[in-house]
Design a protein around this ligand. Structure first.
Ligand SMILES: Nc1ncnc2c1ncn2[C@@H]1O[C@H](COP(=O)(O)OP(=O)(O)OP(=O)(O)O)[C@@H](O)[C@H]1O
Length: 260
């Protein structure tokens, strides 16, 4: 691998010298990383190493935690997302998020997907909204399963379907980046396989960042992998290199199962 392989010419997101604190406790230490537009980037590392904390700093979800403080710089298309002028609601539409546990709203399938478009005024009329909802559900691989029951509650779907509904909800507002925080950890192997397939299909349409505990999953779905340990970014590179030829001892120990 040469250094050139890792250069992301036009990163979708760029973090520079990012620290995250919860009160006095530092959870992320001086992390710098570029996220590519056409790539799936996996964050791996042992429990408590800060993967979720760093992921959540990429769309300012940490703002919702009173004790959390983020320093350093995080850019989306070159723009500082922590600048006072940044509209956080817009930011979270541009950088969508899918959580560990599927969390559909207690609303109909249709309304779950239409929700963001309504808030952001993306549809001029009902016909427009219908198109947005169908497109998002199709992209999320769920349309055929739900097209005849759009008025049923989203919470009545299976866990895997609920997670695809949450992905559809994120997609519906046309995000540029989708952050996924262990999106399969509550799902069975078949539902997990479907989400992984979906990630393949969505690649290139959105920059995707996925936190996963499952190294096989990181190897299957991502092109770039970042290994975190004790709040630091130990190694970042092409997924194939991280898994077959890691440079750092700590990465090697983790991927060979010596700790985790
Ligand atoms: N809301 C919070 N308040 C205080 N400390 C927190 C909070 N959230 C996380 N932490 C701490 O920050 C550190 C990093 O946690 P984080 O959840 O980001 O790690 P992680 O790598 O995603 O872990 P896991 O894989 O277990 O989800 C941990 O020490 C954790 O206890």
């Amino acid at each position: 691998m040469t250094q050139d392989d890792l250069i992301i010419a036009d990163p979708k997101m760029r973090a520079e010298g990012v620290d995250v604190f919860y009160g006095e406790k530092q959870a992320i230490k001086d992390v710098s990383i570029d996220v590519g537009t056409d790539l799936v980037t996996a964050f791996i590392g042992p429990s408590g190493c800060g993967k979720s904390t760093f992921l959540r700093s990429l769309n300012r979800m940490n703002d919702t935690v009173a004790s959390a403080r983020v320093t350093g710089r995080i850019e989306l298309d070159g723009e500082d997302i922590y600048a006072p002028s940044m509209d956080v609601v817009q930011l979270r539409a541009r950088v969508g998020m899918v959580f560990q546990k599927p969390n559909p709203f207690p609303k109909s399938i249709y309304d779950n997907v239409a929700y963001g478009s309504r808030i952001h005024g993306l549809a001029a009329n009902k016909a427009d909204l219908d198109v947005i909802v169908e497109r998002a559900l199709t992209r999320a691989g769920l349309w055929d399963e739900v097209k005849d029951r759009l008025n049923e509650s989203g919470t009545a779907l299976s866990g895997g379907q609920q997670q695809r509904l949450c992905i559809a909800r994120a997609i519906a507002v046309d995000p540029e980046v989708i952050l996924m925080d262990e999106p399969c950890s509550a799902l069975d192997p078949i539902a997990t396989a479907k989400i992984e397939e979906l990630i393949h299909e969505l690649r290139g349409k959105y920059a995707i960042v996925i936190v996963t505990h499952n190294m096989q999953q990181a190897a299957r779905v991502s092109q770039r992998t970042a290994f975190f340990h004790l709040g630091t970014l130990v190694e970042y590179g092409k997924t194939t290199d991280i898994f077959t030829n890691p440079k750092q001892e700590r990465t090697k120990d983790y991927i060979t199962g010596r700790y985790g």
